[in-house]
Design a protein around this ligand. Structure first.
Ligand code: MRU
Length: 328
């Protein structure tokens, strides 16, 4: 899977995902404001990847107005909790380094590298656990982009699909194009092509017909924030897929690291939903451009994290998983 970022010490380079698949252009960020701008305009996107990106953005802020940069980075995208989670950790790391007389830039750099490594490890474990959800030759439908581009590791849902394919468990992947910004048709298709996995892109509105024709065995998606009760915020359109999947008796599984689980948010109703510029949707007409929706927990068959496959009732199982990980 392609990596969306590389850090050289004083420069964070980001693969500009708005230009993919046509062009591979690397953006050079030397200041946290440039990192914030890249996150806001989706040059880098996907909940875990923006958490890791913000961590390196804080390294660039270590010798400047740190708190201002932290606030700016955290404000760029409100729904993906990995972002505020990483920025909050970075604040604590910075304060400890400063109070103990260490070099904040060096300490933050080691922390950001560690965060990236832990995400890679979480991705590997999620893929292994998720294999249990596939049967030989499964036809799997996925939405948005959840591969390496979205995590800086091997991916969540798409990483699980790639792993399952390697074990003969995937026949074909249906890729919802993911309106309005086509993360499916542009990015997931690009990653699947590189991995040599058979896939076909479909318009988002084809999902119902595909399911009715019996051409989908399971739906696997990622998440931007999972509330304590198991409600899942993910790319707009996921809720519709979940309703359709239930109607056709098809399981919908969510693959996401524990850094996406937010026990402080009680239910989906409390998750802030990002609204983006109408110009992404129309050429001038008024528009409501919701970036995410919330799938109620009763439509989610399981949530796969690095701690294993978590099943309902989520209220207790998610808390147990988070607790087991913080003790590990
Ligand atoms: O707006 P995006 O492209 O950042 O939305 C991304 C998603 O909705 C993904 O499904 C989610 O972040 C999980 S990525 C591993």
């Amino acid at each position: 899977m392609a990596s969306p970022l590389r850090f050289t010490g004083d420069t964070l380079e980001l693969l500009d995902q708005t230009r993919l698949p046509g062009e591979e252009v690397w953006l050079r960020c030397e200041r946290p404001e440039q990192v914030a701008d890249a996150i806001r305009r989706l040059a880098v996107r996907g909940a875990p990847a923006i958490g890791v990106t913000a961590a390196y953005g804080l390294v660039l802020a270590a010798d400047g107005s740190f708190e201002e940069a932290a606030r700016l980075l955290a404000s760029t995208r409100p729904t993906a909790v990995n972002l505020s989670w990483a920025v909050e950790q970075g604040r604590q790391v910075y304060a400890r380094a400063r109070d103990s007389g260490e070099d904040p830039a060096a300490v933050l750099r080691a922390w950001a590298d560690g965060l990236a490594r832990r995400q890679e490890e979480a991705d590997r474990l999620m893929a292994e656990h998720a294999a249990a959800l596939f049967a030989a030759g499964s036809r799997v439908y996925t939405h948005c982009n959840t591969g390496g581009l979205a995590t800086a590791g091997s991916g969540t849902a798409l990483g699980a699909i790639e792993h399952a394919w390697g074990r003969g468990l995937v026949g074909e992947v249906w890729v919802g194009e993911t309106r309005p910004l086509l993360q499916g048709a542009r990015l997931t298709a690009w990653e699947l092509e590189q991995a040599g996995i058979p896939f076909r892109v479909v318009t988002d509105s084809s999902a119902a017909a595909l399911m009715a024709r019996g051409e989908v065995d399971l739906v696997v998606v990622g998440a931007d924030r999972i509330a304590r009760n198991g409600d899942v915020a993910n790319k707009i359109g996921t809720y519709g897929l979940a309703v359709l999947a239930e109607r056709h008796d098809i399981p919908l599984h969510v693959v996401a690291p524990l850094s996406t689980v937010d026990l402080d948010t009680l239910s989906g109703a409390d998750i802030p939903i990002e609204e983006r510029d109408p110009s992404e949707v129309t050429g001038g007409s008024p528009a409501l451009n919701l970036a995410f929706d919330v799938t109620p927990h009763d439509l989610v068959a399981s949530i796969v994290t690095e701690a294993g496959v978590i099943e309902p009732p989520y209220e207790s199982s998610l808390e147990r998983a988070v607790r087991s990980q913080s003790l590990a």
